[in-house]
Design a protein around this ligand. Structure first.
Ligand code: NAI
Length: 329
């Protein structure tokens, strides 16, 4: 086991922007799977985040070079040390897809990884906000919830499936089609994080644009297949890493801002939910000092989106149930 532990950000000469350094709370972030394709750039981005005072990078693979490269030192301590005192734990551990695979094909390997990492989280940092990136998110988040329930540490406000990359993609594709600046665009993406369970709500996109229904359908399909597009382009060398690191950094930053009391921090995430009849569902979530402050509703849907919502439910339901069953086996 290699554990890579960062020194305080301030020792690297970075200042904490956004808050006076005296008043910024001490925040520790742990990344599990930090030496991977997502983990490495995500570690770099979190290292740059002024809200992070301590960064613990953990991976099973023998890559102390990542720590030496960005963060200073590698140690022999255990996972527990990486997790102790963490406010936010980000999990990009596990195998990515190869061409022809669905996210569900990763279940057999990644389910066990997430289960064991969450067992350690329950033991060492039960109050941390947990950002699950490992796929299939539609199942790994329910697995995490069951592990925490068994350990008696479950708090639905603190568990998140990271679906930010779907939002990043929806915004990017929409901006291109609507010919607007992507920085000004907002598009909620709801449902889950696999194929048809990814439901971008372009009818609520801002700034609004008069796109044809053909355009909306093409944008929806491209958002749903965006991950597969990358997997195919990488031709066996993995799935999206840089864009996922970017998206993961945005989501973790939002969690930290919420913890620090910044008002009106809203991101889409796959969380325990009563928005539909499914126990977990991605929608807009207001983040606060305890994690999820409020799970926001879906808002008005177009007929096309209503159809998409009904169509995604059976797959999402079965992925959730598969995760719960695995965790309790
Ligand atoms: P990768 O194979 O490059 O890296 C995974 C890392 O996890 C490796 O360094 C490996 O040693 C480590 N690992 C394996 N078991 C571990 C354990 N028990 N504890 C700690 N670390 C462990 O894979 P990549 O490309 O970084 O993808 C990681 C995961 O993220 C995959 O499951 C992939 O499907 C998922 N993903 C999720 C996305 C999302 O939108 N939520 C988008 C893209 C990928």
């Amino acid at each position: 086991v290699v554990r890579l532990l960062a020194r305080r950000t301030s020792t690297a000469g970075l200042t904490r922007r956004g808050f006076a350094s005296e008043s910024a709370p001490d925040r520790k972030v742990a990344i599990l799977g930090a030496a991977g394709g997502i983990g490495q750039p995500l570690s770099l981005l979190m290292k740059l985040n002024p809200l992070v005072s301590r960064l613990a990078l953990y991976d099973i693979a023998g890559t102390p070079g990542v720590a030496a490269d960005i963060l200073g030192y590698a140690g022999e301590e255990q996972l527990g040390k990486a997790l102790e005192g963490a406010d936010v734990v980000i999990i990009p551990a596990g195998v990515p897809r190869k061409p022809g695979m669905t996210r569900d094909d990763l279940f057999n390997i990644n389910a066990g990884i997430v289960k064991s990492l969450c067992t350690a989280i329950a033991k060492y940092c039960p109050h941390a906000l947990v950002n699950v990136i490992s796929n299939p998110v539609n199942s790994t988040v329910p697995i995490a919830s069951e592990v925490f329930k068994k350990a008696g540490t479950y708090d639905e406000k603190r568990l998140f499936g990271v679906t930010t990359l779907d939002v990043v993609r929806a915004k990017t594709f929409y901006a291109g089609k609507a010919k607007v600046n992507v920085a000004d665009v907002n598009v909620p993406v709801v449902g889950g994080h696999a194929g048809v369970t990814i439901l971008p709500l372009f009818s609520q996109a801002t700034p609004s644009a008069n796109l044809s229904s053909e355009d909306i359908q093409a944008l929806t399909k491209r958002t749903q297949d965006g991950g597969t597009e990358v997997v195919e382009a990488k031709a066996g060398k993995g799935s999206a890493t840089l864009s996922m690191a970017y998206a993961g950094a945005i989501f973790a930053d939002a969690c930290l801002k919420g913890l620090n009391g910044v008002p009106d921090v809203v991101e889409c995430s796959f969380v325990q939910s009563t928005v539909t009849d499914l126990p977990f569902f991605a929608s807009k979530v207001r983040l606060g000092k305890n994690g999820v402050e409020e799970v926001l509703g879906l808002g008005a849907l177009s007929d096309y989106e209503k159809e998409g919502l009904e169509a995604l439910k059976p797959e999402l339901k079965s992925s959730i149930e598969k995760g719960i069953k695995f965790a309790n086996a």
